[in-house]
Design a protein around this ligand. Structure first.
Ligand code: GTP
Ligand code: MG
Length: 306
């Protein structure tokens, strides 16, 4: 496909989206791919892995990497999350540094100085993506942009709304010429390369984030124990919802099992849409003492840090 008959060269490369938690990184990737690849909630620290999404067209392929929001690690889990983000940065041909236009500290002291320090050695183009512009007055954008470009040499700046897709086509258009001339890295008919098990566990985790309050979402992970595809009849999925303490187990199960039932109902609906097949979903809540702080558990639960 390289140097095709039309004389146009196929371009292909990696675009990594980084930024603080909750700025809209996963929303942007899903919006550009027109498909939900990465889970989204209104709570920070939703994404815990490097999540890959592929946008293919006649003359280019962009491999997006969505990353966990940049935080100061407090648990081993956070360290694994930050390793995922770092490895995604190292892979990038272009980096999208996303900020939230509604963040009250935006444009003031620029608390992201730490993040900028990490980016100093990065030799590829870095775009500033100012997200959630649907929520602010246009007149507010210029001073915010000014504050950022004064402290870091961004290649370009894109005000967007990942939610409404305003400005996202322009952003994608600007990425294409910066990709290396290269054949597609992935088959052009797939949008991701993660397993169905991964997506299913993420969907269940999203429902825990949306349903449970306070520290519960952060103390929870999901482990797929059984995943059986059947020719006839429903597929069978059995998953463990893992918490850190006994007291949390009761909360996730809820009164007469109501909370877990609701998590299961919401998750099953979305899993069925995703696999396009009826599914029987069985959920158990299990306690794994301080799993976020134990290397062995993190590895077993899929947080290798890559
Ligand atoms: N109004 C508005 N809300 C947005 C926009 N983009 C994202 N959001 C909302 O912001 C919240 C966080 O979005 P995510 O996409 O999960 O953010 P993230 O940066 O991936 O967060 P982490 O995975 O926790 O790092 C969700 O409630 C989104 O619906 C936007 O352009 N406008
Ligand atoms: Mg995310």
């Amino acid at each position: 496909m390289e140097n095709g008959e039309s004389g146009t060269e196929f371009r292909s490369g990696y675009v990594t989206i980084i930024g603080e938690p909750n700025v809209g990184k996963s929303t942007l990737m899903n919006g550009v791919l027109k498909q939900k690849i990465s889970i989204v909630t209104n709570k920070p620290q939703t994404t815990r892995h490097k999540v890959l999404g592929i946008l293919s067209a006649d003359s280019f392929q962009i491999v997006f990497l969505d990353t966990p929001g940049i935080i100061t690690p407090r648990y081993l889990l956070h360290e694994a999350m930050m390793r995922s983000a770092s490895s995604a940065i190292a892979d990038a041909d272009v980096l999208l540094f996303m900020v939230d236009a509604t963040d009250p500290k935006i444009g003031s002291g620029l608390t992201q100085a730490e993040a900028f320090k990490k980016l100093e050695g990065f030799r590829k183009p870095i775009f500033l993506v100012l997200n959630k512009i649907d929520l602010v007055q246009k007149a507010q954008l210029l001073p915010i942009i000014g504050a950022y470009v004064n402290v870091f040499p961004f290649a370009e700046v894109f005000p967007i709304s990942a939610l409404s897709a305003e400005g996202t086509d322009t952003l994608v258009g600007a990425l294409i010429p910066l990709l290396p001339v290269h054949p597609p890295y992935y088959p052009t008919d797939i949008v991701s390369e993660h397993s169905d098990r991964f997506f299913v566990s993420e969907i269940i985790r999203e429902k825990v984030f949306l349903t449970c309050r306070e520290e519960i979402p952060y103390s929870t992970t999901v482990d797929i124990v059984e995943f059986k595809e059947r020719e006839a009849g429903k597929w069978f999925v059995s998953a463990d919802v893992i918490v850190e303490r006994d007291s949390q187990k009761g909360i996730v199960i809820g009164k007469k099992g109501a909370m877990l039932k609701e998590i299961g109902r919401l998750a099953r609906q979305e899993i069925e849409e995703f696999v396009d097949h009826p599914v029987f979903l069985e959920l158990h809540v299990r306690v794994r003492e301080k799993w976020r702080e134990k290397d062995e558990w993190l590895k077993r639960l899929g947080y290798g840090g890559e």
